[in-house]
Design a binder for this molecule. Structure first.
Ligand SMILES: [Zn+2]
Length: 289
């Protein structure tokens, strides 16, 4: 049996203090994701797996001054995709009032999303320590942008809807960056590899998140990294971990990364991705097309 329990015990539960620094906030999210991944680690042994997420009753409005709503006190903003398979609080093992979540298909940064994040940065006080952009593997919005890039005639189905264009158009740049890097690193013949389309998708997912994080870093450049840091990562739908692909991210466990801030840093990331073990495996895998 697998159980995730949201628990308040009046005898033992104490309010969890917010992280004191951006580094602590990052660690708390990574630890939470590691716990989430660990729940499914030993299913073959038929062991029960139970994890507890403690919460504070005050965060649900209990024991407040009569009629008063709880104070909003997230320690991180997470901007993720709307994809139903990437539930933010579950992935990071967090309870109510810990995360300020913005979700939109392809985690693209339109004005409404940026405005929501700006509201959090300006109004939610000193508890807020981290802005996180979280993409995910196999993203449908990124896939739509890749398909339009590979076959412009497929863009026509998107072109008739201004709303869909607003999403797909924002992802074309990371797709193009991923394609250019693959050709630089592996030569023009890479486009003939069996897993080329899938390699483009998974590379563009990373670059799309990195670009968005870099944009956020620029938008909030007056906020020092000691107060609020900006990071990104990719949620893997298969392993359930938040990290970057094999050969680019860390060897094990969950990890979040600072985005490259210079053009050369971004180019370096795109080429590291293009030559990574993960992309090599995808390119060679005929089953993926
Ligand atoms: Zn998605």
């Amino acid at each position: 049996m697998i159980e995730i329990v949201y628990q308040y015990d009046p005898k033992t539960s104490r309010p969890v203090p917010p992280p004191a620094t951006p580094a602590e906030a990052r660690q708390r999210l990574c630890d939470g994701n590691r716990d989430f991944v660990a729940m499914f680690g030993d299913l073959s042994a038929s062991k029960d797996s139970r994890q507890v997420v403690t919460f504070d009753l005050a965060d649900l409005g209990v024991n407040q001054v009569k009629g008063a709503a709880p104070r909003q006190r997230p320690f991180a903003v997470v901007m993720g995709c709307s994809d139903a398979r990437a539930p933010t609080e579950l992935i990071f093992h967090q309870a109510s009032n810990a995360l300020f979540v913005v979700r939109v298909a392809g985690n693209v940064l339109g004005n409404e999303c940026l405005g929501s994040i700006e509201y959090a940065v300006r109004n939610l006080g000193s508890d807020l320590k981290l802005l996180v952009v979280m993409g995910h593997s196999g993203c449908g919005a990124v896939t739509a942008a890749v398909d339009a890039f590979l076959d412009p005639s497929r863009y026509l189905t998107v072109a008739s809807s201004q709303a869909l264009r607003a999403i797909v158009d924002r992802i074309v740049v990371p797709v193009r960056a991923a394609a250019d890097a693959l050709e630089r690193v592996r030569g023009l013949r890479v486009t003939k590899a069996p897993g080329y389309r899938r390699a483009l998708i998974e590379s563009a997912v990373v670059l799309n998140s990195a670009i968005t994080a870099r944009t956020l870093k620029h938008e909030f450049r007056e906020v020092s990294a000691e107060n609020i840091d900006v990071v990104y990562g990719v949620y893997d739908l298969v392993t359930r971990g938040v990290n970057l692909p094999d050969g680019v991210g860390t060897k094990s466990g969950a990890a979040l990364f600072n985005p490259p801030l210079s053009d050369s840093g971004f180019e370096e990331l795109s080429e590291k991705l293009a030559s990574s073990a993960a992309v090599t495996r995808i390119l060679d895998d005929e089953r993926l097309e």
